[in-house]
Design a protein around this ligand. Structure first.
Ligand SMILES: Nc1nc2c(ncn2[C@@H]2O[C@H](COP(=O)(O)OP(=O)(O)OP(=O)(O)O)[C@@H](O)[C@H]2O)c(=O)[nH]1
Ligand SMILES: [Mg+2]
Length: 470
């Protein structure tokens, strides 16, 4: 081969690569935000979504698939090489192995791209050739979502809110050691790093106790899930009562809070939430309902706080990057496989009522919203006998099969809301206590090649991206 031929080949290859890259840039992409607090079910949802897109036997309510227009789906390299790839294969192997296991709590951010090819709708579809759509999804530790509520907060306001929350009956017992450490402090003392560390450790202990008690709100997110900030002195601060006189520690904590806001919370949302097109908000209402009204109130409060960042006009830089874009939001009550399907409408009604403010705000901004009860991975089958409508599955605690009837949800969500509101006053409160009990199920044992069973994952996906596949 002559030298000029080699040169020609090289040029041709370079041009092809360039054209390929340019084509990729113009191929439509949907960035799907999977939003939810820790344990809401994000990692399981993403794993099942990808698995059910690659093998679509269970996606009959996903219109493009039902119409036979979805030609192929593959996991493709993500153009952003700076963020690790979502460990889809590992999660799938854990969920569908001989001894299936749920994933561990997510400790760092990751992302995955699924590329779809589809036949277009309509008379002239054949002339255009198949369409392509990239679906980009990000997974992250749920704790970090709570930082959304900090984005435009000042130290004084944040402290006042955090201290008021710590006084609520459901939280006060957990907060006692931290409150005692605060009370023992002398504001006139010069700043001491060891004291800062002690106070931050006491505050972290309080947040951890809240999480173990089934509560939801525990910002700042990196205190419980530090990721690469493990042991960083930047995390050595906590909320403080209003300053009296010159208080060096107070001034330093205000500085650290502000640095956290600017250097941790803001970049996380700018890089991963800013360019979302569609959003699914996953809410583990089942566990909260089972834990009682205080847990429901805490869950609704934490989620509303996080979602309030999406309110137009509240914060101009946030509103400008988040506000305009997201045009569909699905509110999903996860783990609906804990309930007989006849209860799903009630679960959905409670979800809609609890998040009515967030739904109204999203609608006001022009986003289409919907509520659904889903299970990303169905761990149970239904069982009906002698008036009992139960679900049967393998218990996580014992590994033994059991049929459970968690109890009836109220037909009207109003008493749930009222009890949750009242419980901001007292822990417990009568409603549902002892009447409604969810249990943790192990993932189902699947036969090889069966694919991951789900409830309404196909409908959820159809709402989220169906219109992009026409
Ligand atoms: N029965 C049932 N349980 C589920 C389902 N999805 C999640 N779970 C349960 O919820 C737990 C949390 O799910 P994950 O997907 O790890 O939650 P996450 O939102 O990624 O949590 P973090 O990584 O801590 O933010 C799992 O360990 C399961 O016990 C589901 O579809 N059905
Ligand atoms: Mg996770």
């Amino acid at each position: 081969m002559r030298l000029t031929d080699i040169a020609d080949d090289l040029i041709r290859l370079a041009e092809e690569a360039r054209d390929g890259a340019a084509e990729m840039l113009f191929e439509p992409t949907v960035r799907l935000g999977v939003t939810g607090l820790s344990r809401a079910g994000k990692t399981v949802f993403i794993t099942s979504l990808v698995a059910n897109l690659l093998a679509r036997g269970r996606m009959t309510q996903f219109r493009a698939e039902a119409e036979g227009r979805l030609l192929s789906a593959i996991v493709a390299p993500h153009p952003d090489r700076g963020t690790p790839r979502f460990a889809y294969e590992d999660h799938l192997a854990a969920l569908s192995g001989a001894e299936p296991r749920w994933p561990e709590s997510t400790r760092r951010i990751s992302q995955i791209r699924v590329s779809l090819r589809y036949r277009r709708e309509g008379l002239f579809a054949g002339l255009q050739g198949p369409g392509a759509l990239h679906l980009d999804i990000v997974d992250y530790p749920g704790e970090w979502l709570l930082d959304l509520g900090l984005l435009d907060a000042g130290f004084e306001d944040w402290s006042a809110k955090a201290l008021a929350a710590a006084d609520l009956p459901a939280r006060a017992p957990h907060a006692a050691p931290w409150r005692a450490a605060l009370a023992a402090r002398d504001g006139a003392e010069p700043f001491d790093e060891a004291e800062a560390q002690r106070l931050a450790a006491a505050f972290t202990g309080y947040l951890r106790a809240c999480r173990e008690a089934g509560l939801s709100g525990f910002a700042p997110g990196r205190f419980l899930m530090p990721g690469d900030m493990e042991g960083s002195p930047a995390l050595a601060f906590c909320p403080l009562p209003p300053r009296s006189g010159r208080d060096a520690l107070h001034a330093e904590f205000a500085r650290r809070f502000d640095a956290y806001r600017r250097h941790v919370a803001k970049p996380f949302f700018r890089d991963h939430f800013a360019r979302l097109d569609r959003q699914i908000v996953l809410v583990d209402l089942m566990t909260a309902l089972s834990d009682g009204p205080a847990a429901v109130a805490d869950l609704a409060g934490a989620m509303t706080e996080a979602l309030s960042a999406f309110r137009p006009g509240r914060n101009s830089w946030l509103a400008s990057i988040l506000g305009a874009r997201i045009d569909r939001i699905l509110f999903a009550a996860t783990k609906a496989d804990h309930l007989h399907h006849s209860e799903h409408d009630r679960l959905m009604a409670i979800l809609s009522a609890l998040f009515s403010d967030s739904v109204a705000r999203a609608a006001f901004r022009g986003a289409e919203t919907r509520a659904m009860a889903i299970a990303a991975l169905r761990a149970t089958v239904e069982q009906e006998a002698e008036g009992m409508r139960a679900v049967r599955g393998r218990l996580l605690s014992t590994g033994k099969e059991a049929a459970l009837d968690p109890g009836e949800l109220p037909r009207d969500p109003a008493p749930v809301l009222a009890a949750a509101r009242a419980s901001s006053g007292e822990a417990g409160g009568g409603w549902l206590d002892g009447e409604f009990r969810a249990m943790a199920f192990a993932p189902p044992r699947l036969t090889a090649g069966e694919g991951l069973p789900h409830i309404r994952l196909d409908r959820a996906l159809d709402f989220l991206i169906g219109d992009k596949l026409t």
